[in-house]
Design a protein. Sequence first.
Lengths: 280, 293
Amino acid sequence: MTLDDAISTYVQDGDLVGFGGLSFWRKPIEACREIIRQDKKDLSLCTFVGGIEIDMLVAAGCASKVRASFVGMEIFGMAPNYRKAVESRSIKISEESEASIALGLRASYLKVPFMPLKGIIGTDMPKVRNDIKQFKDPLGSDTELMALPKIDLDVAILHVPYADEYGNGNIAGAVWMDDDMAKTAKKTIIITEKLVETEDIRYLPGKAQLPMQTTTAVVKIPYGAHPTSCYNHYTFDALHIQEYLKMNFNEYKKKYITGKNSAQYLEEAGGVQTILNILL
Amino acid sequence: MTEFSKDYTIDELMTVLMAREVQNDDVMIVGVATPMVWAAFTLAKLTHAPDAIYHYIMGNTYVIEPRQVSLLYLEMNTARAYRFQNSVECTLESLPSEKLTTIEFFRPAQVDQFGNTNNVCIGDWKSPKIRLPGAAGILDFSMFYKRGSFLYTPRHDSRTFVSTERLFFISGAGFPEGKPSICGGSGPQCVVTNLAYLDFDGKSKRMRLASIHPGVDIDTVKESTGFDLIIPNDLKETKPPTIKEIDLLRERVDPLKIRKLEVLSGNEREELLDGIIQKELATQNKFPKLLFS
């Protein structure tokens, strides 16, 4: 399947879309560029720790809501377009913590309405979230707990270094929320650096952390996580991220996104020299 | 006889003070974009805490080996883990248990006299003047740690240190209303800043000036704090870094001065950042250098 087909078939306007990875690490950015090219609207974006993928989709006007425990550009600073959109109230946010995302996904795939957490108590998060609630242990221990609601994703989009054509995905570094997102989303799209045989997946550490039964589509796009990283192939592209932060988003979109396929994008982003810079 | 350094910068002093908080059996939690914390933990590991282990949030991995601080290649370090964690366990397994003592440093955008912190917004949450990146795991953990939570900021000023009414959002629980959290954690233990080392009074739970850095006068600290600090009669001067600590930090732990990105701002910061990126891109071996104690 091509990326164009996968996004147009499985991502609909208004969907709650989960993105794998964390911060600048293993984000499905080529899929985000395709979402922007197809001009999807009114998406709710959900990720564990967000960065440039959230910022781009918000800047391009594809999103109306964000659910993430953190959206920033790490050592490079704040996410400028996300920040502007929240401050001008042009998007809604749901204030999240790491646990509210992790437990929300778990509640969803366990088919329960909420998961209990011993945490958040004493912070202002309950004041801005009318869908979470403090309650006392119903089994009688007197422990105060927080009920965190399930997060039902319509689509999960995940970037991995290895997958086979059946949809078995292997992640060489940290998995973060990717496997929970794959389990609970109604549809799961895997973007892979390399397409390998099932036999190869068997010999990779961790085997198929994303098993074929939860995968809807597999698309091979080498360097598809650029400018974020994909361990064990390449690290994030600090120079590109700096350029992104210096440019107005419309100029950036014109130069790198509109009308570009993934090869043309890589060429525009510095070609061979960029690849040599980021390769591990 | 310990020889103290006479030639150190503020990022070095802060890093050394943070390193001194680590105990030998700690799990040291390294967050996202906090090179000063990484440098401090690695310094501790090479000096008084050789058995402490790292828990890298960016990898959600447990790692034993200390490595040189890196900006572009920290994932290479975290991937050398003896254990990966994913899904719920990566956020909740680091909660204090009977077996683990964890140490984590939070860098608040705002902190009040009871150690409550804000990393969410400046101004009203609904229409903020500044939307900050968010508090991530601080919301989940700040009220739990058995050894308490640890704070640091290189911006000791009256915009950062504010009274409770001016704290726009509590995203990290300190001692709410001056009381310990009902969740059972020990609460905030200290705040390491560019001017002083602060801790909390055992009874009132209010912030106290524990020691003042060499060369800083007490009025500067008072004017830079938006609430009244408890000031003990026998106010001490902060013990400066030793020559050994400074040598280790400069030559082995963080020779590229990545920690300094947390202290600098403006052009000076841009120049340092560009230099670090160029130096790291030029290396052949992308694994951050393994350090042996």
